[in-house]
Design a protein around this ligand. Structure first.
Ligand code: MG
Length: 364
C-alpha cells in the first residue's frame, strides 16, 4: 500500500501539530506532502512549505497549487476562520479528500462546500462530528431521529451566579477539558462553538436543524450521540484527545492501532447529561435561526462572532458583549443569496459593521 500524501493547512496550530504527530507515528501509511505555517515555522521538511498569511503576497496562489497538485491525496484544513474557505473549495474541486477541522467553512458556505464535495463528502475532524460520523457508519439517515452534540459547558456553565460581564480573558481561555486555540476556546465559553457545530452537523449529514440538539456533558467523555427512530442511542466515547478524531479522519475507513493510549473503562464512569440553558447561553438559538434563514446569515453570524471574539481577546469589549454583538449584527443584516460572492460580501459587511459598532458595546 502506497503512503497517503497529505497536505496540512495550518501546521503550527493546535490541530496542525497533532496532525503532524499522527503522520509521524504512521510513516508506512502517511507522508507529509506539504504544509502551511504562520509566523512560527513548523521546522518540517516537505515537498511544499508555504509560509505567510492568507491574502498576503502570493500565499493563496501557492496554497492552491499545493492542494491541487496531482500527487496530493488528502488535505487537512486546520487554518482558523473564514480564510480556510478558498483552499477547501480548491482542494474539493481538484477531487481531493478533505479532512476538515475548520467548522467556519461549513457554517459560511455549507451548501456550496457539500455540493462541491459530492458523493465522497467531507471527513470531519471536529471531535463531536467525528463522533456522529462514527455512529452513522453503516446506518440509513432515514432511521436517524436526532443528533445530540455534547458540550462540556465551558468554564462558566457550572457557575450560574457568575457575572458574565466581569469575565476576564484569562478565565475565558481556561477551558476545563480541551486544550485548543484561543478562538475556539472563547467560542466554547460563550457556547457559540455549539451553535456553529449545529450548523456544521446540518451540512455534513443532511439532517434538519430542528433534529440537532445540544446537551451539557461536563465530563467530555461522550463526544456526541445519534438517536435512532427505534429509541436506540449510539455514542462514541473516549478521553478528550484530538489525535483520535484526526486519526479517524486520516485513516478512514480503517482504524489506526494505538492512535491514543488505551483508557481504563473505570476512568469513563460517572457520566452526567444536562439540558442547555438557552436563556443564559443564547448562542445555539442564534445559530439555528441564522442557518434556518440561510443565504448570508450564517456567514454574518460567523464573521460577527470572529470579530467580537478578537475584540474581547484584545480587551476592547466585555465577554457578555460577544454574543450581543452577533445578535445585533444579524438583526441589522439585510440578507442575501448563498452564492460564493454574496457570502464573501456578507462576511466582509459583518466585519465592517462590528468594527464600526464597537462603540456601542465597548466597556466604559
Ligand atoms: Mg468541537
Amino acid at each position: 500500500m502506497r503512503a497517503l500524501n497529505i497536505a496540512v493547512l495550518g501546521a503550527t496550530g493546535s490541530i496542525g501539530r497533532q496532525t503532524l504527530d499522527v503522520i509521524d507515528r504512521n510513516p508506512q501509511r502517511f507522508k507529509l506532502f506539504g504544509l502551511t505555517e504562520g509566523v512560527h515555522p513548523a521546522g518540517r521538511q516537505a515537498e511544499h512549505v508555504v509560509n505567510g498569511r492568507a491574502g498576503e503576497g502570493d500565499f493563496d496562489a501557492r496554497v492552491e497549487a499545493m492542494v491541487t497538485d496531482p500527487r496530493c491525496d488528502l488535505v487537512v484544513i486546520a487554518i482558523p476562520g473564514a480564510r480556510a474557505l478558498a483552499p477547501t473549495l480548491a482542494a474539493l474541486r481538484a477531487g481531493k479528500e478533505v479532512a476538515l477541522a475548520t467548522k467556519e467553512v461549513l457554517v459560511m458556505a455549507g451548501e456550496l462546500v457539500m455540493r462541491t464535495a459530492g458523493e465522497k463528502g467531507i471527513r470531519p475532524i471536529d471531535s463531536e462530528h467525528s463522533a456522529m460520523w462514527q455512529c452513522l457508519w453503516g446506518e440509513e439517515l432515514a432511521n436517524v431521529r436526532r443528533l445530540v452534540i455534547t458540550s462540556s459547558g465551558g468554564p462558566f456553565w457550572a457557575h450560574p451566579d457568575m457575572d458574565l460581564d466581569q469575565v476576564t480573558v484569562e478565565q475565558a481561555l481556561n477551558h476545563p477539558r480541551w486544550s485548543m486555540g484561543p478562538k475556539v476556546t472563547v467560542d466554547s465559553a460563550t457556547l457559540m462553538n455549539k451553535g456553529l457545530e449545529v450548523i456544521e452537523a446540518h451540512h455534513l449529514y443532511g439532517i434538519a436543524l430542528e433534529r440537532i440538539t445540544v446537551c451539557i456533558h461536563p465530563q467530555s467523555v461522550v463526544h456526541s450521540l445519534v438517536e435512532f427512530v427505534d429509541g436506540s442511542f449510539k455514542a462514541q466515547l473516549g478521553r478528550p484527545d484530538m489525535r483520535l478524531p484526526i486519526a479517524v479522519a486520516l485513516a478512514y475507513p480503517d482504524r489506526l492501532p494505538d492512535a491514543v493510549p488505551p483508557t481504563p473503562l473505570a476512568e469513563l464512569s460517572g457520566l452526567e447529561f444536562h439540558d442547555l440553558d438557552e436563556a443564559r447561553f443564547p448562542s445555539v438559538r442564534l445559530a439555528r435561526e441564522a442557518a434556518a434563514t440561510g443565504g448570508g446569515h450564517p456567514a454574518v453570524l460567523n464573521a460577527a462572532n470572529e470579530e467580537a471574539v478578537n475584540a474581547f481577546l484584545a480587551r476592547d469589549i466585555p465577554f457578555s458583549a460577544i454574543v450581543l454583538t452577533v445578535e445585533r449584527t444579524l438583526a441589522a443584516f439585510a440578507g442575501c443569496g448563498n452564492s460564493l460572492p454574496e457570502i464573501l460580501e456578507a462576511d466582509r459587511w459583518a466585519r465592517a459593521e462590528v468594527k464600526e459598532k464597537f462603540g456601542s458595546v465597548r466597556r466604559a
